[in-house]
Design a protein around this ligand. Structure first.
Ligand SMILES: Nc1ncnc2c1ncn2[C@@H]1O[C@H](COP(=O)(O)OP(=O)(O)OP(=O)(O)O)[C@@H](O)[C@H]1O
Ligand SMILES: [Mg+2]
Length: 339
């Protein structure tokens, strides 16, 4: 039999937490690359790890799949500790994790079909059985490359190559898919298509996906949760809409975003809208309180098809109390910027 799933073999239905990192530290010589990382990734989640070049993202991923050792702390996959000393267990853990990369890593002498079949061969699984052939065909169909099944990687576009890599990463029925900058070499349109494919795989197969990226767009489009890492530490973790609509200073620097120059007279108030706050709060407020205000800055952003936004308004000092009282009773959150 091929495609044995670690979870169904050992942990069937036991828990919904799939990957736990606790106080993980990792150094290369004197250079500490991961500093006390603790994150939890739920079963079936699409989890993003975002940060600048050199932040430690790839190293973190390589520790999760046991390609790199870590010095202290604990990494657990479905209750099994990732431990490089336990080679047999590590192999099972690695079999349960597919991985895709920025540069696709396809074998150029093999066609699409044989590239997808490769992990089976590596694991000594027969590829000529009807069962195996169906699996390979189904995966090539899933990624939309039926018409390229015997093409050579040289004849494929970047997006198509990544589709082959995705099919290959799924051929052993992993529960987890690790993506290291999987869309960084692709243009924005193709990136969207690949991300939609990952979303489809997550939904249809229930696969937990970890997405390492330096692109905010990737996180916004598909991640349910994200950890922002800098210098080997997790600076913030949460829903992307929480982190990016209401960013901390570090995240603002990462996004290279400023709310611009704000007036130094009056009171600047930043409002945060979610998809649930659909009332035209600002114009209603102006009418009800009979006040004037100026709009200083605003943005709307799309997170997994939900729109979130924020707006900075400037009101007169004497209106501040009435305005904040009014906003307290509305479905928006707000804060005074220049209190
Ligand atoms: N095998 C290694 N030996 C020594 N230092 C390493 C090794 N691999 C990574 N590093 C160092 O660890 C730090 C983190 O590297 P890592 O590749 O994890 O960053 P990253 O966030 O993935 O960056 P990028 O976005 O550029 O891919 C860097 O300072 C890097 O130079
Ligand atoms: Mg990297």
């Amino acid at each position: 039999m091929f495609g044995g799933r670690l979870a169904s073999e050992h942990f069937d239905g036991k828990e919904s937490t799939m990957i736990v990192l606790q106080n993980v530290r990792k150094s290369f010589g004197d250079l500490e690359v991961l500093k006390d990382i603790s994150i939890t990734i739920q079963d079936h989640e699409i989890y993003g790890i975002i940060g600048q070049s050199g932040a430690g993202k790839s190293t973190l991923l390589r520790c999760i799949n046991g390609l790199e050792d870590y010095q202290s702390g604990k990494i657990e996959i479905n209750g099994t500790i990732v431990d490089q000393k336990n080679k047999q267990q590590l192999r099972l853990i690695q079999k349960n994790m597919g991985m895709i990369f920025q540069n696709f890593n396809l074998l150029s002498r093999l066609d699409v079909y044989d590239n997808v079949a490769l992990p089976m061969k590596f694991w000594g699984i027969k590829t000529k059985t009807p069962e195996a052939e169906k699996k390979i065909h189904d995966l090539i169909e899933l990624v939309g490359l039926e018409d390229k099944i015997h093409a050579n990687p040289r004849e494929l576009s970047g997006g198509q190559k990544q589709r082959v890599a995705i099919a290959r990463a799924l051929v052993l029925d992993p529960e987890i898919l690790l993506c290291d900058e999987a869309t960084s070499a692709l243009d924005p349109g193709i990136t969207k298509e690949i991300l939609s494919l990952l979303q489809k795989i997550n939904k249809e197969k229930g696969i937990t996906i970890i997405v390492v990226t330096h692109q905010m767009e990737v996180v916004k489009q598909i991640c349910e949760k994200v950890a922002f890492i800098k210098g080997g530490s997790v600076l913030a973790e949460g829903k992307p809409e929480e982190l990016f609509v209401r960013p901390t200073k570090d995240i603002k620097v990462f996004l290279q975003e400023e709310s611009g120059l704000l007036p130094d007279k009056g009171v600047n108030i930043q409002l945060f809208f979610t998809d649930k706050s659909s009332d035209p709060v600002i114009t209603m407020m102006a009418r009800e309180l009979n006040i004037d205000f100026s709009i200083c800055w605003g943005k709307l952003e799309d997170f997994r098809s939900n729109v979130f936004g924020s707006l900075v308004i400037n009101v007169k000092e004497e209106d501040k109390e009435a305005v904040t009282k009014y906003l307290d009773h509305q479905s928006v959150t707000w804060e005074v910027l220049n209190a």
